[in-house]
Design a protein around this ligand. Structure first.
Ligand code: ADE
Length: 231
């Protein structure tokens, strides 16, 4: 998979994309991430990429030209499955959407800033608008990092058995069960006996029960979905 991220603030993406599983995915060749500084596509001598909004009002709007130049260049080099725009008014990211995107070949992610991008960018280029939740961030970079992380860990081959995504929360509309590690007792708090029993079948049953209990108590909406899918 190849991901091209277009941003006015490339430094915001450095750390989240260069550590842990996302870094390993790149080193192992499962994913190639390219970050493009939008200012490199400005023809303005001050490398401006935004301007005042037509009609007035507070806040700057990102110009279409630098974005168009960058996307046109990328699209002349290869075909992209989606051109994604990170925005609070997009479709809310969930595990299902992450799964869908994890089997795509080439993705462009555009990060918005200020009051957003000129609407014509959305009309001409954007195929998918994604929000990471009902709150407003200062820019799309952190949202793009969240999306990239959620998608990349699902790319086939990125996770090994130990980190398998199959047991993640949400993967089957259930939250994950509680987990424990050494010591077996801390401050009088004991790890559930079943987990030290060595009885694989009993452990599996316990985990399923706890996952269901947790989902029922914490996320009645997911619980309903889980039950519908069992039917
Ligand atoms: N940009 C600003 N806020 C955002 C959000 N919640 N999701 C995606 N992109 C954003």
């Amino acid at each position: 998979m190849r991901i091209d991220i277009i941003t006015a603030l490339p430094s915001l993406l450095e750390s989240p994309l260069n550590d842990s599983i996302v870094k390993r995915a790149q080193t192992k060749g499962h994913v190639e991430i390219n970050v493009h500084d939008l200012r490199d596509y400005s023809t303005d001598k001050h490398r401006n990429i935004d301007d005042y909004a037509f009609g007035g009002g507070a806040g700057m709007v990102m110009n279409i030209e630098p974005i168009a130049r960058c996307i046109d260049k990328l699209q002349s080099e290869r075909t992209y499955d989606e051109v994604i725009y990170m925005t609070p008014d997009g479709k809310t990211l969930n595990q299902q959407l992450a799964n869908t995107l994890s089997i795509r070949k080439n993705l462009i992610i555009l990060c918005g800033h200020y009051k957003g991008v000129d609407e014509r960018v959305r009309e001409k280029y954007i195929t998918l608008e994604i929000s990471i939740g009902d709150y407003v961030l200062s820019g799309g970079e952190l949202a793009a990092a969240v999306l990239a992380d959620a998608v990349i860990r699902l790319v086939p081959g990125v996770l090994n058995d130990e980190t398998s995504a199959l047991t993640d929360s949400f993967q089957d509309d259930l939250l994950a069960p509680p987990v424990y590690t050494r010591p077996a007792e801390f401050d009088g708090m004991k790890v559930p006996d079943v987990l030290i029993s060595g009885n694989g079948k009993a452990i599996e049953t316990w985990r399923m029960e706890k996952a269901m209990e947790r989902t029922r108590n914490r996320r009645p909406d997911l619980w309903e979905k889980f039950n519908e899918n069992q039917g």
